[in-house]
Every structure is written in structure tokens, then in C-alpha cells.
Design a protein around this ligand. Structure first.
Ligand code: NZQ
Ligand code: ZN
Length: 387
């Protein structure tokens, strides 16, 4: 096992009726900015619960943070934060709103340079000042509610970049599974697939004897597959939604990635596909992952065999056959959720995507994956398979 330091200061407040706890968690004298997305919280009662809990607080609002939050939208919020001297951010929504809040948290306090450098030039790591933030999660998927990552898009330049900073861990995150009852089936599907891929990016590399992390990852994969049918088809099944929510948080709260090699190449390629073609985040992952694993099956052989045996119960002794069947089982799981696994399913030409994404990798000099060996030519080969 590799050396590691684990740090996660986010308080999780989980369960029915927990939005009311906001009144105690948000500092009484704070000037609060409530951040939200396109308005789902105003239709499903979450907004009313938040405002009731904060009726004795000083709260302003900034809505309209879109999926794959855009830099230009967030910079409007940054101006508002500075002008109104906001000193607490409350993100109410899914990964896009939370990631947006994390960016605003750093950008509003960063006056020494161009805020885009937080993403493009790795400035995030150096910044010491941030506005504290809290979260009310309404869409289990990204794990953003309990991690230090943020992914921001800039449509005017066709970029989608990420940063990580310990300064933007939420102070608390409220996870009430009942807030998810209003989710469209497609978003539940997206959340399940995103979380599944998060686990795989931390598990499916090469063995380093990390028994605990491997078993935790396998538990999450098996748990996600077990709960998926109910979570998808019975919106008001509290236990299914509670398990779905907690699994997604655990899939990317840094714990299972401690002391083990990590990959993240599916995410890197996926972000480019979202920037180019507007695919939902999880959709972009599902059209890459099966083909990337096929392409990297030699490097990932030991872990693919382990996953096949333990997670999918494919026990045949012919290793090539076990890997083939494992990859088939993985795609079959995605298909059972109604999640396509090819670019062509979205009318995207794999040849064109291969060329464009490979060019980006070339320009940036990226070598991704646990061995940094997934380079431009490999990306092109992977995307050509997605037909
Ligand atoms: O905007 P509103 O009206 O709220 O509607 C949203 C949005 O349209 C809707 N929604 C959310 N909660 C709902 C609801 N609709 C009904 N009922 C509810 N309870 O769902 C739609 C999608 O929301 P969004 O926040 O965009 O989805 P998600 O949570 O999947 O976040 C995606 C973003 O997170 C980034 C992605 O790249 C993408 O930008 N990621 C962030 C990560 C992180 N911070 O660690 C890791 C991930 O790998 C990912 O990259
Ligand atoms: Zn993801």
C-alpha cells in the first residue's frame, strides 16, 4: 500500500427532515448567499424548507447555475459576493451547483490575478482564503458534497477543467434522501453510473495489497448494482434512495482512493466530450469506460480478473475469457439502466471525436491513467472503438 494522508472535515447530516438543521449550522450573523440551479428546488419544496430553516438569517439568492456550471455565470455570482460582502455560501442542488459554489468560494477572495487561473494554471492549491460553504444535496452522483474537487466549464473557449483545494471542503452537507424523489429517471441513471465510474477510477488499476480499500470499493460496486433497479423505478422508496445517496457520497469522498493508484482517464476524456458535444457528465463516461478498459486490459489485467471474480461472480479459469465476460457484464449493467455505451448512440462520429479529443491531449501534453501511458494516440484508438 502507498503512503497517504487522509483529511476530510465535512460534517454529514443525513436523513429525513434534516434540512431544518440548517438554522443551527449556518452562522447566525452571516451574510448568506443561497446558490441554486435552474429551479427544481422551487418545484419540489426544497427551497421552502431551506427558507423556513433560515427565516432568522440574512439570505440573498443567486439562481440559474446551469449543469456543467459555466465560468461566466459563476463570475456574476463572484461580483455579487464581493459587492454584498457575502461571507457564507449555501449550495442547494447537485454537483453543478456545489462545484460552482466551490469556485465562487475561492474566486471571490482571489484578487491578485485572473480567476480562470484557479483552473487553468493550478492556482487553487496556493490560495489560502475562501468563503466557507455549506451544502444541501438534491442529486446523488458526484460526491462533491464531501470532497474538495470542482469541475467548471467555459463554453466560450470549449474548455472543461477541474481543481482541488482543501479550502473548499463543505463545512457541512445535508443529505435528505427525500429531496431526490423529484429527480427525473435520467438523473438517477446518471448518478448511479457516475458513482460506479468513480469507484472504478480508484479501484481498477493494479494491485498494491490494499485489502481494505479493495473490499470497500467492491462493496460500493455491488451495493450500487443491488440498489439500482429500485432506486431507478421506485422514486419514493426511502431505503433505496438513502442507500443510493450514501453510496454516491462514499464513491468520491477520497476514502477508497487512499494508498492506491488512481486512474481518472475516463473522466479526462469524458470532460472533453462534454465540452465538445454537450453530453451529460455520466453519459460521457459510459461511452468511454468500456472501450478504455478493453484498450488497457493488459495493464489492468489483475484487477479486471479480481473484479470479474468478486463483483460479477465470473469464475471461469481462462483469464482472457473472464476479462471478456467481465467487460460484457459491466456494459450490460449500464444498458440495464438505459445508459448507452457508444458515441454513435448520440449520433456522434467516433472518427471525428477521436481526432478532436486526441488533438486536445496532444496540445496539453497529457499522459493519463495510473501509469500516465494513455496519450493522444491511445485516446484516439479508444474513441474509435465507441461505435
Ligand atoms: O438545475 P436544476 O433545476 O436544479 O435541475 C437539475 C439539473 O437540471 C436537476 N436536479 C437536481 N436535483 C434535482 C433535480 N431535478 C429534480 N429534482 C431534484 N432533486 O438535475 C440536473 C443535473 O444537475 P447537475 O448538478 O448538473 O448534475 P450532477 O450532480 O450530475 O453534476 C454534474 C457536474 O458535476 C461535475 C460534472 O463534471 C458536472 O459538471 N462533477 C463533479 C465532481 C466533483 N466535484 O467531485 C466529480 C464528478 O466526476 C463530476 O465531474
Ligand atoms: Zn464523475
Amino acid at each position: 500500500m502507498d503512503n497517504f494522508q487522509f483529511y476530510n472535515p465535512t460534517r454529514i447530516i443525513f436523513g429525513k427532515g434534516t434540512i431544518a438543521k440548517l438554522s443551527k449550522r449556518v452562522p447566525r450573523n452571516a451574510r448568506v448567499l443561497l446558490l441554486y440551479g435552474g429551479g427544481s428546488i422551487k418545484q419540489n419544496g426544497v427551497y421552502d424548507q431551506v427558507m423556513t430553516a433560515l427565516k432568522n438569517h440574512h439570505v440573498r439568492e443567486f439562481g440559474g447555475i446551469e449543469s456543467n456550471p459555466d465560468y461566466s455565470t459563476l463570475m456574476k455570482a463572484v461580483q455579487l459576493v464581493r459587492k454584498k460582502e457575502i461571507d457564507f455560501l449555501l449550495a442547494v442542488g447537485g454537483g453543478s451547483v456545489i462545484d460552482g459554489a466551490k469556485f465562487i468560494s475561492l474566486a471571490a477572495r482571489y484578487t491578485e490575478g485572473d480567476p480562470w487561473d484557479i483552473l487553468a494554471k493550478g492556482v487553487a492549491k496556493k490560495l489560502k482564503k475562501a468563503i466557507p460553504l455549506g451544502v444541501v444535496l438534491t442529486l446523488p452522483a458526484t460526491g462533491s458534497e464531501m470532497n474538495h474537487n470542482s469541475v467548471i466549464s467555459r463554453r466560450e473557449t470549449g474548455e472543461k477543467l477541474s481543481f482541488g483545494s482543501d479550502k473548499v471542503f463543505p463545512k457541512f452537507s445535508i443529505l435528505d434522501p427525500e429531496t431526490t424523489y423529484s429527480l427525473p429517471e435520467k438523473q438517477v441513471r446518471n448518478g448511479l453510473v457516475d458513482a460506479f465510474v468513480h469507484v472504478l477510477e480508484q479501484y481498477l488499476t493494479y494491485p498494491v495489497g490494499a485489502v481494505v480499500q479493495d473490499r470497500q470499493a467492491e462493496a460500493l460496486l455491488m451495493g450500487l448494482m443491488e440498489m439500482a433497479p429500485k432506486a431507478m423505478r421506485q422514486p419514493a422508496d426511502y431505503d433505496a434512495r438513502a442507500n443510493y445517496m450514501w453510496a454516491c457520497t462514499n464513491a468520491l469522498n477520497h476514502l477508497i482512493g487512499m494508498g492506491v493508484p488512481q486512474d481518472w482517464s475516463t473522466h479526462s476524456i469524458g470532460h472533453e466530450l462534454t465540452a465538445l458535444y454537450g453530453l451529460d457528465h455520466a453519459e460521457s463516461l459510459a461511452v468511454v469506460l468500456p472501450w478504455l478498459l478493453w484498450h488497457q486490459r493488459r495493464q489492468k489485467k489483475a484487477k479486471l480478473l479480481q473484479m470479474g471474480y468478486r463483483v460479477f461472480e465470473i469464475k471461469c479459469q481462462k483469464y482472457d475469457e473472464r476479462i471478456n465476460r467481465t467487460l460484457e457484464a459491466l456494459s450490460a449493467f449500464f444498458h440495464s439502466l438505459g445508459m448507452p455505451t457508444t458515441l454513435t448512440a448520440y449520433g456522434i462520429d467516433p472518427e471525428e471525436a477521436a481526432e478532436k479529443v486526441a488533438q486536445r491531449f496532444e496540445q496539453q501534453g497529457w499522459g493519463k491513467g495510473e501509469n500516465h501511458d494513455i496519450q493522444a494516440a491511445d485516446v484516439a484508438a479508444i474513441l474509435r472503438l465507441s461505435r
